[in-house]
Write a protein that binds this ligand. Structure first.
Ligand code: C2E
Ligand code: MG
Ligand code: MG
Ligand code: MG
Length: 291
C-alpha cells in the first residue's frame, strides 16, 4: 500500500520547474477552448459483477488530446482545473457527453449504468442536481442509468455539506460511489452515515494484494466493513487473472481493471460488451473473464 502515499506531482520533479510552470499555464489557459474545439472525449471502462459474470456498468473517464502537448493525463489537468476554477465546465461537459452516450446505447438496446467522476467543488454547486435532472429528462434517460463517483478526499473536505448533497443525488435515483477508498483519511464515523451505494477500493491496495499480507488484510477488511454497512464493493485496478478468483472468493461484488479491459472509446466498448456477455451467457457459472 506504499503507492497510496506517493506524491502525484511527480512530473514536477521530472521536468524542470520553469518548464513545468509553463506547461501548467498552457493547460489552464487552453482548457476552455479545447472543450469547445472537440479536443476532449470520453472513454468507458467496464465494471464486471464477478459474482454473476455480467457487465452492466461502466465508468466514464475523460481524455484530452492537446494539439501541442499531446495526451494530457486527467490526473494532471483535473487538478489544475480544480485550482483554476474551471472544473465546473469540465464536469458539465462530461455529464452532457455521458448522458448523450447512455441515451445512444439505450436506443441500441444496451441498458448500462454509467458512472461519472465529480470533484469536491461540483458538490458545492447547488445548481448541479437540477442541471443533471434536466439533462436526463432532455435525453429521456432514467436516473438509475447514471452514477456519480466522488473521492473519499472530496467528501472529507466538508463532510456535512457533501453528505447533504449526496443525499439529494440518491433521492433523485442516481447511485453514488465513494472513489479511491482508503486513501482519503476518512473516519469510520462518516463512512457509516454516507449516503452511498458503492465503495471502490483504491488500486494501490489491490495491486499487491496477492503478495502483500498488509494489503490482503486491508482489502478483506474493507469488503467486510462495506458489506456490513450495506454498500456494494468494487475493486479498482485488477490486472491479473488470479485477482478475479481471489476477490470473488472474498465476496467482492465488482471488478474494474485491465484484467477485463482498459478504458475504451464508446463503439469499442459496445463491441467488447457484446462479446463479453455472449461468452458468459452460454455458461453463466463458469469463470470466464475475457471474451
Ligand atoms: P479514478 O476515478 O479512480 O479512475 C480509475 C483510474 O484507474 C483511471 O485512470 C483508469 O484508467 C485507471 N485504471 C483502471 N483499471 C486499471 C488497471 O487495471 N491498472 C491501472 N494501472 N490503471 C487502471 P485515468 O483515466 O487516468 O483517470 C485518473 C483519475 O482522473 C481518475 O481516477 C479520476 O480521479 C480522474 N478523472 C478521470 N476522468 C475524470 C472526469 O471526467 N472528471 C473528474 N473530475 N475526474 C476525472
Ligand atoms: Mg472514478
Ligand atoms: Mg478510483
Ligand atoms: Mg484515482
Amino acid at each position: 500500500a506504499k503507492a497510496c502515499l506517493e506524491n502525484k506531482a511527480l512530473a514536477t520533479y521530472l521536468a524542470g520547474e520553469d518548464e513545468q510552470y509553463q506547461r501548467e499555464l498552457t493547460i489552464i489557459s487552453d482548457l476552455t477552448a479545447g472543450l469547445a474545439q472537440g479536443q476532449f472525449h470520453l472513454e468507458f471502462q467496464p465494471k464486471v459483477n464477478i459474482q454473476t459474470n455480467v457487465c452492466r456498468d461502466a465508468e466514464a473517464l475523460i481524455r484530452w488530446q492537446h494539439p501541442d502537448l499531446g495526451f494530457i493525463p486527467p490526473d494532471e489537468f483535473i487538478r489544475l482545473a480544480e485550482h483554476s476554477g474551471n472544473i465546473g465546465l469540465v464536469s458539465e461537459w462530461v455529464l452532457q457527453q455521458a448522458v448523450v452516450q447512455i441515451a445512444d446505447w439505450r436506443k441500441q438496446g444496451l441498458e448500462l449504468k454509467v458512472a461519472v467522476n465529480l470533484s469536491a467543488h461540483d458538490l458545492l454547486n447547488l445548481q448541479l442536481p437540477t442541471l443533471i435532472q434536466d439533462l436526463l429528462q432532455q435525453h429521456q434517460v432514467p436516473a438509475r442509468a447514471l452514477a456519480i463517483e466522488v473521492t473519499e478526499g472530496a467528501v472529507m473536505k466538508d463532510p456535512q455539506t457533501v453528505i447533504a448533497v449526496l443525499q439529494v443525488f440518491k433521492n433523485l435515483g442516481i447511485s453514488v460511489a465513494i472513489d479511491d477508498f482508503g486513501t482519503g483519511q476518512s473516519s469510520l464515523a462518516y463512512l457509516k452515515v454516507l449516503p452511498v451505494n458503492e465503495v471502490k477500493i483504491d488500486r494501490c491496495f489491490i495491486q499487491d494484494m496477492l503478495y502483500n499480507q498488509n494489503d490482503t488484510m486491508i482489502v478483506e477488511t474493507t469488503i467486510a466493513l462495506s458489506h456490513g454497512l450495506g454498500y456494494s464493493v468494487t475493486a479498482e485496478g485488477v490486472e491479473e487473472q488470479e485477482g478475479i478468483a481471489y476477490l470473488r472468493e472474498r465476496g467482492c461484488d465488482v471488478i474494474q481493471g485491465y484484467v477485463y479491459s482498459k478504458p475504451l472509446k464508446a463503439n469499442e466498448f459496445s463491441n467488447w460488451l457484446q462479446a463479453f456477455n455472449q461468452a458468459n451467457s452460454s455458461a453463466p457459472n463458469e469463470n470466464h473473464s475475457k471474451p
